[in-house]
Design a protein around this ligand. Structure first.
Ligand code: 3H9
Length: 714
């Protein structure tokens, strides 16, 4: 039969993201814009048109807005930011909804976030079903609620609650939203259509009037509102550490208190556009997408993950116990293996300590701890791992020790079990080659404390099968970690790059900067801690052991700064020994500069024949970042990282890189690769061996391209 041309033309037509149909006297407006009903231009047009239709059609007596799929509306379409604006603008759409002469009801299921909640706030009545999540998370993207949210929310729920929502960006549930007055009703079931239509009928039956949020009176108690604003301003100034949008949010709420709705909206628009233009917004939006993009690997696309229902962890030290907690928290059973009963008891105690800490802080009930620990078993025999679907090894960082563990796993584990190593540096290809099933061996590099740190480097050795890689990504999802795919090399992505910028910092100390100045410059850039504070926290002995291991293979011509070794030789390993680069008074976690460390540094400069010079904070950062970016480029060039964004996510989630700067490679693009390369070439005049421009960086500069151009979909 010949194809009907009209039908084929229809099927080729783009889907309409907003539809409406009359249900009795209610115009049901459905937003269907997968994946999350973001408010792209077609949705905005569709919503405005639906309201016009309702106003013009006498048969319509009320409007019900719902979202199709899993969410109401996730917010403005973040992909439109930075592109030329297209009308209608979202604030105008919200105003149009609010101005409707017929009652508009928003029925919320799933996410009503950002602009999504602002649409609901512009409606006259709001219903949420029990699973709904409401919030104004714009601050996490460097923005403020820019579609009337800063004006309507405080008028509806008061300044204090509105500021708390907007400054934290947190999502709240339906019941909490009801308590705050953000919604009028919580439905009895999750059936959004039935609940929405029933409420709309009720409103009609009761002749419920149009009720505009702009006229709500929660700011009537002026003194209380002003006190809340003042408190939020003081707190934000203290905590927002250079972030741009939080104080602007406070300014908007002040405008809501002092000015008319229209004037307040003008203030909001102006400040929103300032935020939109800021590099912080670009950095935070980059981080948002990068975090989702890293999940998409060739293996995750091509292969189906293996089922993981039982997990073994070999080693009950700090790392092994942290991994066990992460797995237990994901609801899976864990079998821990240690060499003897005493070590096993210590491992179990490490695990218990984490939960006891939560109980002490009131964040867990003792019964919950008991229920979790019922899923933890232990053994001194590898045979207990016979039925495990996945085993993660976290024993001493030495090839011989690891290979002995893998020989045992090879002996006892069932066919198809995934055998993972948590090594931070060792050659996983060599570990895989030592067993009869290299296709099942993978690296799962957790960061300490493993139950808290979000990053999981999934290290992919050459012989591993694709479904094992896919399994690792699936596991990361269950553990609520952010996985980054890394190739095999010394240090993988993170520690390899870290070693280089730490070396650049060590060079600066020997040349005249102090570790305290470097730490401060790095903190001022936005890191929570400087590199020498991190050494003191992690324990100087760890890096010392690595340096000793590498000593034999180090290029004798490479500059080697011995200051850290001098500290370690004295047993100064940082916080745990009360002294490292800093001095720690009894039990203190914050150190103070140590004059003895400064004199050791002076002695080392003399020994090396170096005349110290001064460094500005700006030069410190230029060198620190250039070293990081250059090695990040090498890691991409050698295909250890799939794309620059994988390097960014590694540093955002594993090394405290300030999120609003987007990660080192995004930051490099904002500085300009020409500038970064010029810096490296300048520094290379003193030390050409250390400052070798990455071939990728050179190539990008020659082509006039940037790192972002390599962040293409996999
Ligand atoms: C705003 O509203 C400004 C206004 O105040 C003022 C304007 C004038 N846009 O996270 P998932 C994509 S600012 C475009 O994996 P989940 C996401 O990239 C906005 N795309 O799903 C992914 O794409 P892909 C304020 C978006 O179920 C896919 O959807 N709103 C948007 O784990 C699935 O996402 C927010 O900040 C968006 N707004 O979580 C909310 N949101 O498949 C941001 C998601 O190609 N979104 N995508 O990788 C979220 O928090 C979560 O996505 C959500 C779903 C909780 C909704």
């Amino acid at each position: 039969m010949a194809l009907d041309p009209a039908a084929s033309a229809l099927s080729a037509a783009p889907t309409v993201p907003v539809t409406h149909e009359l249900r009795g006297k209610v115009l049901l407006v459905t937003i269907d814009n997968p994946p999350v009903n973001a408010l792209g231009v077609d949705v905005r047009r569709g919503l405005a048109a639906a309201i016009e239709h309702a106003e013009a059609n006498a048969a319509v007596q009320a409007v019900l807005i719902v979202g199709a799929g899993r969410n109401f509306i996730a917010g403005a379409d973040i992909r439109e930011f930075g592109k030329p604006p297209q009308s209608p603008a979202l604030p105008d759409v919200c105003n149009r909804i609010e101005a409707s002469h017929k009652p508009v009801l928003a029925a919320i299921h799933g996410a009503a976030l950002g602009g999504g909640l602002e649409i609901a706030l512009a409606a006259h009545y709001r219903l949420a079903v029990p699973g709904a999540k409401l919030g104004l998370p714009e601050v996490q993207l460097g923005l403020l609620p820019g579609a009337g949210g800063t004006q309507r929310t405080p008028r509806l729920i008061g300044a204090e609650a509105a500021l708390s929502l907007m400054l934290s960006g947190k999502h709240i549930g339906a019941q909490e939203a009801l308590k705050l007055g953000l919604v009028d009703r919580v439905g009895a079931s999750d059936d959004i259509l039935a609940e929405g239509l029933a409420y709309a009928q009720e409103l009609l039956a009761a002749h419920a009037p149009v009720r505009r949020t702009r006229d709500a009176q929660a700011l009537a108690e002026r003194a209380a509102a002003q006190a809340a604003i003042d408190a939020a301003r003081a707190d934000t100034a203290k905590k927002s550490r250079g972030l741009f949008s939080p104080l602007k949010i406070v300014d908007c709420v002040q405008a809501a208190l002092d000015q008319s709705f229209e004037e307040g909206q003008r203030v909001e628009r102006k400040l929103f556009l300032e935020c939109l233009e800021s590099p912080q917004r670009a950095g935070l939006v980059h981080a948002f997408f990068a975090e989702r993009e890293v999940q998409k690997t060739p293996e995750a696309k091509s292969a189906k993950p293996r089922a993981i229902e039982t997990v073994g962890v070999v080693g009950g030290g700090t790392m092994g116990a942290g991994i066990a907690v992460a797995v237990l928290d994901a609801g899976l059973p864990v079998t821990m293996i240690e060499r003897d009963d005493a070590s096993l008891a210590r491992g179990r105690a490490h695990v218990e300590k984490v939960y006891d800490g939560l109980i002490a802080k009131g964040r867990m009930k003792p019964e919950a701890k008991d229920a979790i620990l019922a899923r933890l078993s232990g053994s001194t025999s590898y045979d207990a791992l016979a039925s495990a679907d996945l085993v993660i090894e976290a024993v001493f960082e030495e090839m011989g020790v690891k290979q002995a563990v893998f020989a045992e796993l090879d002996r006892v584990c069932k066919p198809g079990a995934v055998l993972a190593t948590n090594t931070s540096y060792l050659d996983i290809d060599a570990i895989a080659a030592s067993v009869k099933r290299p296709q099942d061996v993978i690296g799962l590099h957790f960061f300490s404390p493993a139950n808290i740190m979000k990053l999981l480097e999934v290290v992919v050795p050459s012989q591993v099968s694709a479904d094992v890689v896919a399994t690792a990504f699936e596991l990361a999802k269950k553990l609520r970690k952010v996985p980054v795919r890394a190739g095999v090399c010394d240090g993988f992505i993170g520690n390899r790059v870290l070693a280089v910028y730490r070396t650049a910092a060590d060079h600066m100390i020997e040349d005249g900067a102090s570790p305290y100045q470097i730490d401060k410059a790095v903190r001022d850039f936005g890191y929570p801690m400087g590199p020498y504070q991190v050494v003191d926290l992690a324990g100087g002995d760890i890096g010392w052991a690595t340096r000793k291991r590498r000593a034999a293979t180090r290029d004798p011509k490479a500059r080697y700064v011995q200051i850290a070794d001098r500290l370690c030789e004295r047993g100064w390993f940082g916080q745990k020994t009360g002294r490292g680069f800093y001095l720690y008074a009894q039990g203190a976690r914050v150190g103070t500069p140590d004059p003895e460390v400064e004199s050791i540094i002076r002695a080392e400069r003399e020994r090396a024949g170096i005349e110290p010079r001064s460094f500005s904070d700006e030069e410190i950062l230029r060198r620190y970042m250039a070293a990081m970016i250059n090695e990040g480029a090498n890691v991409v060039h050698e295909k250890i990282a799939l794309r620059p964004l994988d390097v960014d996510v590694t540093f955002l989630y594993g090394y405290g890189f300030p999120r609003h700067r987007g990660g080192p490679m995004h930051y490099a693009d904002t500085v300009g690769l020409v500038t970064v390369l010029a810096d490296i070439r300048e520094f290379a005049k003193e030390d050409p061996l250390f400052w070798k421009p990455s071939p990728l960086l050179v190539e990008l500069v020659e082509r006039g391209a940037n790192f972002a151009s390599l962040n293409t979909a996999i």
